[in-house]
Design a protein around this ligand. Structure first.
Ligand code: BGC
Length: 410
């Protein structure tokens, strides 16, 4: 048997995002989108996991399982429900959440923007508008001034590259759907000015989002507290199939490196990986029917994580935190094996000398998986949506034990 001991102070956690777990985030643009006629959302987010009210028990549960960290996001739309109007009650709510983490021996990792945006930002054009970086930085400044002394690690924006990745893997363009037209109308903008974060994939939108990140980084660093600040990236492990080397390099650049190369001044890179992408000379080779997949249609390929950690570390030169990694399935034995194999690949990268500082499973709870609604199950803790009862799955106990022992025996 081999025993691998993780570095001292390695962060072991799970991750969530406000809109996916809190419930009733009614001031977000997503809430509007979920309720549009001809919406692409399978169902509305509703009460989600009622984490907004149940966070004390939830954080205590995660601590009792063995974790020493928890990544969650602030809902900008709660904190600034109308432009320039900040809610101190909501800031206090997040302050209590942070304090609860500390009381439970949990290091809080706070994401300032995880996909959702206040609805008031949309008439400006959202993430395609040049004024958005300043608006985002203003909110970050308010939030950090109120919360900074309790923050352990901060992520500015979650997955600025997600629109580029989605544009490669979706079989249709969201911009061509009736939903897009309805959404533009609902926010009073032309379809070209509909800057939804998850679909804002133009070079202009990329510049807006990266400028927002930079400004946020500066205001967060200038605020109270002294903690690492960075962003997180949706990184698929891009692999070339025979003859696909050139195309794979092109995809790697467009989806990932063009972002990764612009992170000077960041303290770490957040790696978020679920699977790989095989690229042939004509583009993506989608996994066939005989290949096991998660509920999102992605190949079961836990070793992708080793590949993306190596790539992100090489391109950025920054320490790595695995801020999301997981597998959606009704079958927890498949998730458990996924974690086992993914973590084996983390141990390999550490042995190679890469500075990996933490691992966060996606997700703590079965939650609102965006347009797919509540069907995909990513949680290590099941949530009965009628009663809100939480039930940890075997994968939660396995990961928690690993966290507690800080070592891997295989
Ligand atoms: C996002 C999460 C999402 C997960 C699984 C990531 O892209 O950050 O919000 O639930 O993937 O699809």
């Amino acid at each position: 048997m081999t025993t691998f001991t993780f570095p001292k102070n390695f962060l072991w956690g799970t991750a969530t995002a406000a809109h996916q777990v809190e419930g009733n985030n009614i001031n977000t643009e997503s809430w509007v989108l979920e309720h549009l006629p001809e919406t692409v959302y399978a169902e509305p987010s509703g009460d989600a996991c009622d984490h907004y009210h149940r966070y004390p028990e939830d954080i205590a549960l995660l601590a009792s399982l063995g974790f020493n960290a928890y990544r969650f996001s602030l809902d900008w739309a709660r904190i600034e429900p109308e432009e320039g109007e900040f809610s101190y009650a909501e800031l206090e709510h997040y302050r209590r959440m942070l304090a609860t983490c500390h009381e439970n021996g949990i290091q809080p990792v706070v994401t300032f923007h995880h996909f959702t945006t206040p609805r008031w930002l949309m008439p400006y054009g959202g993430w395609v508008d040049e004024g958005t970086p300043d608006r985002f930085a203003r909110y970050c400044e308010k939030a950090v001034n109120h919360l900074g002394d309790l923050i352990g690690v901060a992520c500015t924006v979650n997955e600025p590259n997600i629109p580029v990745l989605l544009s490669k893997i979706l079989p249709f363009k969201m911009q061509d759907t009736p939903f897009w037209q309805n959404a533009a109308q609902a926010f009073g903008v032309s379809p070209e000015r509909l800057g939804l974060f998850q679909f804002a994939g133009t070079p202009e939108a990329r510049n807006v989002i990266l400028a927002a990140h930079k400004k946020a980084l500066n205001v967060i660093k200038a605020g109270p507290g002294d903690f690492p600040v960075g962003l997180t990236m949706a990184l698929v492990d891009v692999q070339a199939a025979e003859g696909g080397e050139e195309k794979a390099a092109e995809y790697q650049y467009e989806m990932n490196d063009i972002f990764l190369e612009q992170l000077e001044g960041d303290d770490f890179i957040g790696v978020q990986t679920y699977s790989r992408m095989l690229v042939g000379p004509d583009g993506i080779i989608h996994p066939g029917d005989d290949i096991e997949k998660n509920q999102m249609g992605e190949e079961y390929y836990p070793e992708a994580l080793g590949g993306t950690i190596r790539h992100a570390a090489k391109v950025t030169g920054l320490p790595v935190i695995v801020t999301e990694n997981g597998f959606s399935s009704e079958d927890d034995t498949r998730r458990l094996e996924y974690f086992q194999r993914a973590l084996r690949s983390v141990t390999e990268t550490l042995q190679e000398g890469i500075d990996v500082r933490g691992y966060f499973a996606w997700s703590a709870f079965d939650n609102f998986e965006w347009v797919a609604g509540y069907t995909p199950k990513f949680g290590i803790v099941a949530v009965d949506r009628a009663t809100q009862k939480r039930t940890p799955k075997p994968s939660a106990y396995w990961l928690g034990k690993m966290a507690k022992e800080n070592r891997y025996q295989y």
